[in-house]
Design a protein around this ligand. Structure first.
Ligand code: FAD
Ligand code: SF4
Length: 513
């Protein structure tokens, strides 16, 4: 053996060109690392999912005849970080070459770029995962510049010929978003299929996490319900096509706590499988389009376009924003938000039912769907002016799919407007009215969504106007906010003051909401 090839926990792509040939001169390293288990406080299911998927991948490679070193936390505990471990393996085995794939995270990209050993050559490869080649990012995502997702998405549709007819979008329209905003009516609830859950035994991993004092959050499950290999990832994709695609777009933004509905509704729950690269974005897109083509009587283009936009559009877009703007992006705080995260983000004990539901579900399953992340916890954090560093850490830890390149532009950019508008043209700020429209959370809430200033008034209502008022300088020339500022001006001074007083009072007592 002469070459060491590093495989990171989110590089579990069996179709990468590295694996086309079996070579006796190459050894692959897959390692559970303390540095990865602790760079933020992760959800316990997330650590289990990554470690379990890494072990499965190592086995699969070994079964194909590749030489693989798989190290658990027990074996890596004496190495302070990844470079120290690599150094040990390279010198003890007298290797002459080190190779790795471009990491998706800035932190790891820096760490690996800095490595150098005498007489060891170093090579970096593309991860071959995304549709947009890494080298094309800079041209499309200049630092500090707003890039409109919709136009990026159209370029991607054309470039990769997805849902196109000649040069025109299929169905004559690029975007069916306006048709994808339905909420659940009583009669819709019974139709929601139960999610496809796996039962992967992760008890040995849980024991290891305990043995090495790895601090985690969330509910531990020895039978992990998330996919941990390619077979399960494909099963999840098939399940999505057969049972969920049919209403994916339609109920994309809807939320419910009704016990007749399961927690993931019509969402695919594919994000972990895709982010760990067990399945590629193009495979997902192609499969979904093929399934739709064979079932066009049943499934409308609206559903399919809604799904394709998330992966070909949003997912590729946030990666571009991340790499176009790092490392400065990580410290942006355009709205100067300073408040610490209230404790209920960690234990869900809040009287705000929407927040309770979204946080509780996140602690139980390491999952919340996009609108819960954006319009419940995200919107609350924005309105309350929580510090984006703390908000970022929470999102980075709690979700099964959270890796910084995708988490940060969504959180700091899309939800917190901390990037000053690189992602969003206006802040995703909303009062309780939006949540009342899109969910049934308000019905059983301690607070009353119709009220603004009374004792039991919905906190989102006064906090919304407080946000609008305190950031007047920033937003009042934004054409998309004109109506909002007109509405604020229409209120008499007394009402305005009562709302601001109420919000100030809530902010002073934020821990007890
Ligand atoms: P579906 O609703 O079934 O969507 C299909 C796929 O589209 C997802 O699997 C995902 O790959 C992709 N997708 C959809 N929306 C986005 C988006 N905005 N950005 C990137 N990809 C998208 N997604 C992550 O993968 N990791 C994160 O750490 C993450 N953090 C987020 C933080 C916040 C504050 C917000 C608002 C969103 C975040 N998202 C993140 C995006 C999105 O919420 C999740 O991808 C989605 O909820 C995952 O569930 P799903 O697989 O069932 O998605
Ligand atoms: Fe959330 Fe307000 Fe509705 Fe309660 S009333 S669930 S706090 S939006």
């Amino acid at each position: 053996t002469t070459t060491l090839r590093l495989i990171l926990g989110d590089q579990l792509d069996a179709s990468h060109s590295w694996f086309k040939q079996v070579s006796p001169n190459t050894v692959y390293l897959i390692a559970e690392l303390g540095q990865e288990a602790t760079y933020t406080t992760h959800h316990v299911q997330k650590v289990c999912a990554f470690f379990s998927a890494m072990a499965e991948f190592a086995n699969a490679l070994a079964n194909c005849g590749h030489q693989v070193i798989y190290l658990t936390l027990d074996e890596t505990q004496h190495y302070s970080d990844l470079p120290t471990l690599l150094e040990h393996i390279i010198t003890s085995k007298q290797l002459t070459a080190f190779e790795y794939q471009q990491p998706d995270e800035y932190r790891l990209a820096q760490q690996l770029a800095e490595l150098a050993w005498p007489n060891v050559t170093k090579n970096k490869y593309d991860s071959e995962h995304f549709l947009l080649p890494f080298d094309d990012i800079k041209a499309q995502f200049a630092a500090n510049k707003h890039v409109k997702m919709e136009f990026f998405y159209r370029r991607m549709r054309k470039r990769f010929n997805v849902l196109m007819q000649d040069d025109e979008p299929l169905g004559g329209q690029w975007n069916f978003d306006s048709q994808n905003r339905e909420y659940f009516k009583q009669q819709d609830l019974a139709d929601i299929p139960s999610p496809l859950l796996f039962a992967n035994d992760v008890s040995a991993i849980l024991a290891r996490l305990q043995r090495h004092n790895i601090n985690t959050i969330g509910k531990a499950q020895s039978q992990l319900l998330w996919p941990v290999n390619r077979r399960q990832s494909r099963q999840l994709l098939d399940y999505f096509c057969q049972h969920l695609l049919i209403r994916f777009g339609r109920f994309q933004d809807a939320m419910t706590e009704n016990s007749r509905a399961d927690w993931s509704l019509y969402h695919s729950r594919l994000s972990f499988a895709i982010n760990a690269k067990m399945i590629s974005p193009s495979e997902v897109i192609n499969k979904v389009i093929q399934y739709w083509q064979a079932n066009q009587q049943e499934i409308s283009l609206t559903q399919v376009e809604g799904f394709v936009r998330q992966i070909l559009g949003w997912r590729e877009y946030v990666r571009g924003i991340y790499w176009g703007n790092m490392p400065k992006y990580a410290t942006k705080n355009a709205l100067q938000a300073q408040r610490p995260l209230p404790n209920y983000f960690w234990i869900a004990n809040t009287k705000m039912n929407c927040m309770h539901q979204a946080i509780k579900q996140s602690l139980d399953y390491a999952y919340a769907h996009h609108i819960q992340r954006l319009m419940v916890t995200g919107c609350f954090s924005l309105l309350a002016g929580l510090h984006p560093d703390e908000v970022d850490q929470w999102y980075l830890g709690i979700y099964i799919d959270a890796i910084e390149w995708v988490e940060m532009p969504n959180t700091r950019g899309m939800t917190q407007f901390a990037d000053g508008g690189i992602v969003a043209t206006k802040p995703y700020a909303a009062s309780g009215n939006y949540l009342n429209k899109m969910s049934d959370y308000c019905k059983s809430c301690h607070y009353n969504v119709k009220l603004k200033t009374e004792d039991n008034a919905c906190p989102f209502n006064s906090l919304y106007w407080h946000f609008i008022q305190r950031h007047q300088q920033h937003f009042n020339r934004n054409p998309r906010m004109t109506m909002v500022y007109k509405n604020w001006q229409k209120m008499d001074e007394h009402t305005q003051q009562a709302i601001i007083n109420k919000a100030n009072n809530l902010l002073e007592n934020i821990e007890s909401l």
